[in-house]
Design a protein around this ligand. Sequence first.
Ligand code: FES
Ligand code: FES
Length: 175
Amino acid sequence: MPFADAKAKIALELNGEPVEVAFAPHKTLLEVLREDLGLTGTKHGCELGECGTCTVLLDGAPVLSCLVLGVACAGRRVKTVEGMAQGGRLHPLQEAFAELGAAQCGYCTPAFLLAAEALLAANPRPTRDNIKQALAGNLCRCTGYIKIYEAVELAAARLSGERAEPARETLYGRP
Ligand code: FES
Ligand code: FES
């Protein structure tokens, strides 16, 4: 096989399932997910590590998949937005984002959801400042960040067992 056609082949855990994938060895994790595994939920933004829209979880920690080589993921655990809903039910973060209108174009949303999931795994009841800090690497061009922060707070409350409902002004806007 000519060198230019040589492919890397790795095994990894992807959204809880073992998978094997072959790809051109120069590809980033972002490219492997979208082009070789058909998971287009992870979005392609700046490719420079600046916008955060390509965030996935690698062994539970948020990483910018445009800056991670696919070959570096051999034997690792990768989670994308496609792995968040379970048993036909949205993840509580997804529900809260949808309820509160925390997504407009939605381009940034998969990355925000995964960064927020990692935050809540480490800190189930984060303060607003904790949330701001955890999401500081994710840019949103449409929503404004307030609804995103409120959605993370609502999901955190529900995941902690509170029967939390969104505040009326959160749903309908502030007077
Ligand atoms: S695509 Fe912008 S940080 Fe990865
Ligand atoms: S909802 Fe459009 S970039 Fe965030």
